[in-house]
Design a protein around this ligand. Structure first.
Ligand code: PMP
Length: 366
């Protein structure tokens, strides 16, 4: 909970860390080419597979989430490949930009902010693209608080094509179910500072057999993010490059505790606190941005009432209540605020944040 020194950080990542995790993040460094690291990597790899319900390969990369998205693209797609990018917000656009930066022939299918991808439109668009190499999209669009219907999207993509499925799950994985094998996802990208109760610094990817086949034919230049390096070093229990050890230490603990708690229970907790947040906001008379059928279980986007200066609102909430809320991004700047509820979060954190928002809005309208 907040105090003068510890604000109630409610942005959608980096998430706040409880004291015991902070202590682990401050542990002494170890030899990343020694047996202690090898044991840790082995355990983390097994636990990450459990969370992703997959027998596919999984890798830890020292980068932010965008690095994992770039890994997904550069290892599977070559210049000139046709890629469908389903966009429901700012991070979907980023994925398209990465693919374009590496020369992919990107078709954008863009939906209104607050909406999820429409399945019929996706189906129709796929039918219109021959030799489609990959479909790339955001699972949980942190900028709008929308969660795309991942399982349904994967089903339709498989029904209509042989395309690879590359998913930005940076702000969903670890908080909501992603059944990588059952849904046939080729690459999932996520990052430590989200539901994984860790500092920024480590991204994680899953990599399917089909993704490996694509890797064998990919002509995209790559070095740091070449997944082959991670695979070769994994075999000897090492990272290819010096890892962000503090984030690895805390991720190790987080993954083990998720598996010990039972991943269904972790997902149920996220659902419950998300519902609590949505109900709380609505009880204050506030309107949510997302289509309620697709409201995210890790971040809630709330519309600011007409006439409220969004920048001043966020500043007052922080100054007067020691609560840090997320603002709107790009065209949503000044129109919404966002409350993160992934990872370590209690109802009291949410109640305090909503109370701060309510009282601030009231003071600004009077
Ligand atoms: N995708 C989504 C859905 C995100 O929420 C974020 C981070 N907010 C990113 C990608 C980018 O991650 P990073 O800032 O760690 O590169």
């Amino acid at each position: 909970m907040s105090s003068q020194s510890q604000p109630n950080l409610r942005i959608p990542g980096p998430v706040p860390l409880p004291d015991d995790v902070l202590k682990i993040a401050g542990s002494q460094m170890i030899n990343h080419r020694g047996p202690q690291y090898a044991d840790m990597l082995d355990r983390m790899t097994a636990n990450l597979k459990t969370v992703f319900m997959t027998a596919n390969d999984v890798y830890f990369i020292t980068s932010s989430g965008t690095g994992a998205m770039e890994t997904a693209v550069t290892n599977t797609i070559s210049a000139g490949d046709r890629v469908l990018s389903i966009i429901v917000g700012a991070f979907g656009e980023r994925f398209a930009e990465i693919a374009e930066a590496y020369g992919a022939d990107v078709t954008r299918l863009v939906f209104d902010l607050g909406q999820a991808a429409d399945l019929d439109m996706v189906r129709k668009t796929i039918r219109g693209i021959s030799d489609l190499k990959a479909v790339i999209f955001t699972h949980n669009e942190s900028s709008t608080g929308v969660s795309n219907p991942l399982e349904d999207l994967c089903r339709i993509i498989h029904e209509e094509s042989d395309a690879l499925i590359l998913v930005d799950a940076v702000s969903s994985a670890g908080g909501v179910p992603i059944a990588v094998d059952a849904w046939g996802i080729d690459v999932v990208a996520t990052a430590s500072q989200k539901s994984w109760i860790s500092p920024p610094g480590i991204s994680m990817v899953t990599f399917s057999k089909k993704a490996w086949e694509a890797h064998a034919h990919s002509t995209t230049p790559k070095y740091y993010f070449d997944i082959q390096q991670y695979e070769d070093y994994l075999k000897i229990g090492q990272p290819p490059f010096t890892p962000c050890l503090p984030a690895m230490f805390t991720l190790d603990v987080a993954l083990q505790s998720m598996v010990d708690e039972g991943i269904e229970n972790v997902f149920a907790r996220h659902h419950e606190i998300a519902q609590h947040t949505r109900d709380g906001a609505k009880a204050l008379g506030l309107e949510l941005l997302p289509d309620p059928r697709f409201a995210s279980n890790t971040v809630t986007a709330i519309r600011l009432p007409e006439g409220i200066d969004g920048k001043a609102f966020l500043a007052l909430v922080t100054r007067n209540y020691n609560v840090i809320l997320g603002g709107g991004q790009k065209s949503l700047t000044g129109k919404i605020f966002r409350v993160g509820h992934m990872g370590w979060v209690e109802k009291a954190h949410i109640d305090e944040a909503l109370k701060a928002a309510e009282e601030t809005l009231r003071s600004m309208s009077s």
